[in-house]
Write a protein that binds this ligand. Structure first.
Ligand SMILES: NC(=O)c1ccc[n+]([C@@H]2O[C@H](COP(=O)([O-])OP(=O)(O)OC[C@H]3O[C@@H](n4cnc5c(N)ncnc54)[C@H](O)[C@@H]3O)[C@@H](O)[C@H]2O)c1
Length: 476
């Protein structure tokens, strides 16, 4: 379903009307037009800031340089000498920004390594770096902060300073979202420095257009985890399975995994076989029409994966349904159906696939929802399943790590699909606008995040839930 209000406010008349009545003017988001490029940041000036004692400069400068970014530093930045030393050691040129007025050097992305922050006073370094420039963050610009996980920060004061970045980032996101610009935070565990390049390419590029106001933790990748050898076509040679692939978000996920080189197996209910075939034919995908709640579904999936492909590398649990009613009016059937499709089937399929049908180094992604974080009246069944997924991916992480594998969840916000088109108009319009980017996302936005998490770009990410919601205010 298209967002007619967004289109209207991009007409001269609509813009004038919105200005007159102080109505929201949703920005047009810049999304990726192709798969991952060798140098996705080649058109970006990235302004780099480093807290005193920040530890990530060598890894960040190398990753930015390899991704094609022009790295700039502020001429009077307190840690300029440290940045120059790290850049010099890696043979990387950094240019100086003359000042906030220097238009030629205008940055489209701002990266601040806050891992050295150890006190409340230290937070002033973040203010000094961004405050003079915040008004000039361009449309679709990016702010990416880096911190230590407060649990790893060393002292209570350092934990406070690093945790402060979460609230700073979320508040900044709400200030700059009206321009389509986003703010996000990476919390980097010790040993995760080598896994920074992939997340940088995702968060600083148009692949993450609808990811806003989020913090994501990176850990040292487990032994045997695939590290990105090649950022282009990162899923080449992989077999990826998507449930609910006939339409909506699942269809976009299937197409995006194929775009990055995967051979895709699409699963959907037998009555959707024609739609499934139509979706998969665009990229030579392999269809498996079955109901994931059928008693024999786990065995049939495992059999088919073993027989046809010798096992799968990626499994995306996307199929989901709603049967909304307040708890008072909810029938046991509505409860059982939602629990069965959205959560029960995932656990049953994984139980079998972890015995056979998945290769070592597997990457699994489950689709949760912000409804599982914030809750919605009329969705006790749905909310329970989507919150259950979040606990499940945390619990399964150490088990998969033993085989070099990973599992994560994506929690979509309001996404323009068949599911949301069926909502009454009032809640639908509110759902769209109550976010920093004041619009719903598109299936491709979820597909981009899933593809990132399913790929070696996210080698250091497991057990996490990434919201893809344009910083929707629900549960935020
Ligand atoms: N659309 C949103 O705004 C939104 C927000 C948050 C989360 N989600 C989640 O994203 C996922 C996809 O949602 P969507 O909006 O694309 O929904 P959709 O209804 O458009 O598509 C869901 C697909 O899953 C398939 N499916 C349902 N039950 C199945 C079963 N038993 N076996 C096999 N296939 C089955 C359907 O046939 C359909 O093709 C769901 O898990 C949903 O809960 C969606």
């Amino acid at each position: 379903m298209s967002d007619r209000y967004l289109e209207f406010t991009h007409s001269a008349f609509g813009r004038a009307l919105a200005d007159t009545f102080g109505l929201p003017k949703p920005p047009r988001l810049q999304r990726a037009k192709s798969g991952y490029l060798p140098q996705p940041l080649s058109e970006q000036n990235v302004l780099f800031g480093l807290s005193r004692g920040g530890e990530l400069a060598p890894a960040l400068l190398a990753a930015l340089h390899e991704a094609g970014a022009t790295v700039r530093v502020v001429a009077d930045h307190p840690t300029l000498a440290d940045i120059r030393a790290a850049a010099g050691a890696a043979g990387i040129a950094v240019k100086t920004e003359g000042g906030p007025e220097d238009k030629a050097a205008a940055a489209s992305a701002f990266v601040f390594d806050g891992t050295g922050l150890a006190s409340v006073d230290d937070l002033r370094q973040l203010y000094d770096f961004l405050q003079p420039r915040v008004a000039r963050i361009p449309p679709n610009g990016r702010v990416l902060l880096l911190a230590r996980d407060p649990a790893d920060a060393g002292t209570p004061a350092a934990a406070a300073a690093n945790a402060a970045l979460r609230g700073f980032m979320r508040s900044l996101g709400k200030e700059i979202g009206k321009r389509g610009a986003t703010a996000n935070l990476l919390e980097v565990g010790r040993g995760a420095e080598k896994a920074l390049a992939g997340p940088l390419r995702f968060f600083l590029s148009p692949h993450s257009a609808y990811v806003d106001g989020q913090s994501l933790s990176l850990s040292a990748p487990p032994k045997g985890a695939g590290m990105p050898k090649n950022f282009v076509g990162p899923l080449g040679g992989k077999v990826a399975v998507v449930t609910g692939a006939a339409r909506g978000i699942g269809a976009a996920i299937a197409a995006t995994l194929a775009r990055e080189g995967a051979r895709v197996v699409g699963i959907d209910r037998p009555q959707e076989e024609a739609a499934l075939g139509a979706t998969l034919s665009a990229f030579n995908g392999y269809g498996l029409p079955l109901d994931i709640t059928a008693a024999d579904a786990p065995q049939r999936i495992a059999d088919e994966l073993e027989r046809q492909f010798g096992g799968a590398d990626i499994f995306i649990h996307n199929a989901g349904i709603t049967r909304d009613k307040t708890l008072k009016n909810m029938s046991p059937q509505a409860w059982d159906q939602v629990l069965g499709v959205n959560l029960g089937a995932i656990l049953k399929i994984n139980d079998v696939l972890l015995q056979r049908g998945l290769k070592d180094g597997m990457r699994l992604v489950c689709i949760s929802s912000i409804g599982g974080i914030g809750g919605n009246a009329g969705q006790t069944n749905y909310g329970a399943t989507k919150a259950g997924i979040i606990g499940y991916v945390e619990a399964l992480t150490p088990i998969l790590a033993k085989r070099g594998g990973a599992i994560n969840a994506v929690a979509p916000g309001f996404i323009e699909t068949h599911m949301t088109a069926e909502m009454p108009m009032g809640p639908r319009e509110v759902g769209r606008r109550l976010s920093s980017l004041s619009q719903g996302g598109l299936p491709i936005d979820i597909a981009e995040a899933v593809t990132f998490l399913a790929s070696p770009l996210a080698a250091g990410v497991s057990g996490r839930t990434l919201r893809v919601c344009g910083q929707n205010f629900m549960g935020a």
